[in-house]
Design a protein around this ligand. Structure first.
Ligand code: BGC
Length: 779
């Protein structure tokens, strides 16, 4: 691999923000994803309040509510038993971002009149989006516009926009027309399977809309799921002009507008603060929605925009205190890692009933579905920085366990099988070779539970919820696999797909089998723990799910006899039973424009070759590192790395971690660069459809587990840090069992500081270190 050079930045580097001082019609849709704001429930793409008027480029107006979806029947030309019959798609909901400005009757937008100056900035410390424009209307009237958008992390149902206009060179009337538009269509279908099916029909059906004294409110209903959605907006206007302001309300087809005509003298300003709320009957009884709306909007008006902004800054201050990563001497990567952490927080559901989608709340790619991405990529970031969020994410799995049980039954298996992709817990994958066949999701969830419990000590979660998930999914494995006489009685798992989606429906995918082995051992240990320490809960659980001691013994037996394919000649693990006997992909004669392969070759063509979309065995070597010697890691890595296309954004971060571990620091750095700025540099050319949340979280792992070399071994944190030569130093924080630890790696070595907690014992390489509060230790 040749050393990696940062591409020319698409947006200037900045430590705590993403900004631009010119705007770019052509790449507008990409910027809409990058400048998204959200609070884990509401997500708003970075659309302009006045709409997009560019003559080139495209726009997707996007407002999303985590977990809010419609569900259309899936039409299969050739269906089969057990295919999901309905598809869920995160809905693009009522657009309440709209504020249109007229200056003495002249409509403002960026492609009219003259833009004298322009600036947009997503501030990651204060958590808001700012736009400042000096604009001259075609008639020569100049205004200064300052728009601040805030989706408060502390108020799930609220968003706010503060829109200020100053008359620079004239005396006259500015009109601010604030609206919400209920007529929303989903993005159209394309040939790109990563986008989704699209839909021709409007997803939300209007039931009522009205202007009341305090606010404008709309009630709509989803076409199929029949959820009610109540969207409302209220306004406050302040102006230093003493003149009468004329206010009018308009009601058009599916649009409510409130218009303020404000007379200004030269130098005067006026600002309109708009509060927006969303509530749905998916979260609350329908009868409560209006009252709740009133409460939220009342609270917002009483608090005021500036105080909400202060609250937001305080919220983020707490977040960064635990989650910040500093990279000194590399502004590109510094910006990338903060942007990623910030966007993850903006997209993650924190209520135990929602999760985090593959594109978060920033776009419609993958239809807002939750995947294994959560447990394998996002969860570690949250577990070690914001453990309560990890718990909520795992609670989501618990809340959907019944659906996983139903799915296992449909698949003629015992126990529970989690869906490959879902919003409310039902399987949504209509292409089973790269969907339902990825049963490894069960083991991934089990792994997530194990890591969470070990890192936090939250046994209460394990006892009350985690154990049941572990037991039911273990049941599934033992029923799915079999002790195979043809392999000397070893436990085999057939007809599954591993993480690498360029190889499908195989026997004994090594990643899957290793992960299942780990899960079965952990499930057995958990049963033993409950039996001895929590006997009442254990008895109740066993009787509720009819679990017997015999079944648990089989878990252990299957784990002990797990078949893991190995090729003696090459002295490496085989990805599965047949992978190594296929012909290798002809990389030399595949031009760059044929990637990602999935958009240029039929799946069967890909399946017939040794070619990987993403880390598979290499991922297992990271997750289950103690099962491989260093030499094995080197041999396996050297075999699989050249065959890996990284056509999935989930891949480079894992290669970065394993490269760091085997001492290939240059490669580790290149892969890290590619993952940490995946969206800022638009590496995969589809940031326009939404951000790559797994890659963003993966970049955190690349720092912490890759360069920082952190592993959790026998419940203890072990670090083995290295410093890439491109950096002066880096620093990250880890929350472990309630303690907050800071790790600084610089030219002189490593410094460990316990920032919160009385003491903690960790390992630096082979050496045990006991740290006391606030007493840095150098190693
Ligand atoms: C990857 C999957 C991933 C999905 C959603 C696909 O391209 O191959 O592993 O779960 O994207 O991020």
């Amino acid at each position: 691999m040749k050393p990696y050079e940062h591409p020319e930045p698409l947006y200037p580097y900045a430590d705590w923000s993403l900004g631009e001082d010119t705007y770019d019609d052509l790449n507008n849709q990409r910027s809409e994803s990058l400048f998204a704001t959200g609070n884990g429930y509401i997500g708003m793409r970075g659309n302009f309040e006045e709409g997009f008027h560019g003559s080139e480029g495209t726009s997707v107006t996007g407002n999303y509510l985590n977990g809010f979806y419609d569900s259309e029947p899936i039409v299969y030309p050739e269906g089969a038993y057990g295919y999901p019959s309905r598809n869920q798609a995160m809905l693009n909901v009522t657009n309440a971002q709209i504020i249109q400005l007229r200056v003495e009757g002249e409509q403002f937008h960026l492609n009219r009149g003259r833009v004298l100056s322009y600036k947009r900035e997503l501030d990651m410390k204060m958590g808001y989006l700012l736009r400042e424009v000096d604009w001259e209307s075609p008639a020569g009237h100049q205004v200064r516009i300052r728009i601040r958008r805030l989706v408060p992390l502390a108020h799930k149902h609220l968003a706010a926009v503060d829109y200020e206009v100053t008359a620079l060179n004239f005396e006259g009337t500015v009109t601010l027309s604030s609206a919400m538009d209920g007529r929303i269509a989903q993005q159209e279908a394309t040939d790109d399977p990563r986008l989704g099916a699209g839909s021709a029909l409007p997803s939300l059906i209007m039931e009522s809309m009205e202007h009341s004294e305090k606010f404008a409110i709309m009630k709509q209903r989803t076409r199929h799921t029949q959820f009610a959605l109540v969207t409302a907006m209220s306004h406050g206007l302040s102006s230093n002009a003493g003149h009468e302001v004329a206010v009018t309300g308009k009601k058009e087809e599916e649009r409510l507008t409130v218009e303020y005509a404000v007379p200004l003298l030269k130098g005067d300003s006026t600002s309109l603060t708009k509060y927006i709320s969303y509530h749905t009957s998916k979260d609350y009884p329908e009868a409560e929605l209006f009252e709740r709306t009133e409460q939220v909007l009342g609270m917002a008006a009483a608090t005021g925009f500036e105080a909400l902004l202060q609250e937001q800054t305080a919220f983020l201050g707490e977040f960064w205190r635990h989650a910040d990563v500093e990279i000194n001497g590399d502004p590109a990567l510094q910006q990338g890692i903060r942007f990623n952490a910030f966007q993850l927080l903006q997209s993650v559901g924190r209520d135990g009933l929602t999760n985090i989608g593959a594109k978060g709340l920033t776009g419609e790619g993958y239809e807002g579905h939750y995947f294994w991405d959560t447990e394998m990529y996002m969860l570690p970031f949250f577990t070690y920085t914001q453990p309560q969020i990890s718990r909520s994410l795992l609670e989501f799995r618990y809340s959907t366990l019944d659906k996983a049980r139903e799915r296992a039954a449909v698949m003629s298996q015992k126990g529970a099988l989690y869906p490959w992709r879902t919003i409310d817990g039902e399987e949504n994958s209509s292409y089973f070779p790269a969907g339902t066949a990825q049963a490894h999701i069960n083991a991934d969830i089990a792994y997530g539970i194990k890591q969470y419990v070990l890192a936090t000590g939250d046994t209460e979660f394990l006892v009350s919820k985690g154990a049941e998930i572990l037991f039911e999914t273990s049941r599934f494995w033992v029923d799915l696999g079999h002790f195979n006489p043809a392999k000397g009685g070893a436990f085999c798992i057939d007809a599954v797909t591993g993480p690498d989606e360029y190889t499908a429906i195989v026997n004994n995918n090594a990643y899957t089998n290793l992960m299942v082995q780990d899960q079965l051992n952990y499930a057995y240990q958990t049963a033993e723990l409950l039996r001895s320490e929590y006997p009442d809960q254990f008895k109740q659980l066993c009787s509720r799910i009819n679990l017997t001691d015999e079944e648990m013994k089989v878990w252990l037996e299957a784990a002990n006899k797990m078949f893991v394919p190995y090729d003696e000649e090459l002295d490496i693990y085989a990805q599965d039973d047949t992978f190594l006997s296929k012909q290798k992909w002809d990389f030399e004669n595949t031009p760059a424009d044929k990637y990602p392969l999935l958009l240029h070759f039929h799946p069967l063509v890909i399946y017939r070759h040794q070619v990987l979309k993403q880390a598979d065995l290499v991922l297992a070597m990271f997750l289950l590192g103690d099962k491989f010697t260093l030499e094995e890691k080197v041999r396996n890595y050297n075999y699989y790395e050249p065959l890996t296309t990284h056509d999935s954004s989930l891949s480079p971060c894992i290669h970065s971690i394993v490269s760091a571990e085997i001492g290939e620091l240059e490669n580790a750095y290149s892969y890290f660069d590619r993952t940490v700025r995946m969206d800022l540099d638009d590496i995969n050319k589809n940031a326009k459809d939404g951000l790559h949340t797994a890659a963003m979280a993966g970049s955190w792992m690349s720092i912490v587990n890759g360069f920082g070399g952190m592993r959790l071994i026998d419940g203890m944190l072990v670090f083995n840090p290295v410093l890439p030569k491109q950096w002066e130093s880096y620093r990250f924080k880890i929350v472990n069992q309630g303690a907050l630890l800071e790790i600084l790696v610089d030219g002189e070595g490593v410094q460990y500081t316990l920032l919160e907690g009385e003491s903690i014992t960790i390992k630096h390489k082979d050496r045990s270190l006991t740290l006391a509060w606030n007493e840095p230790v150098r190693a």
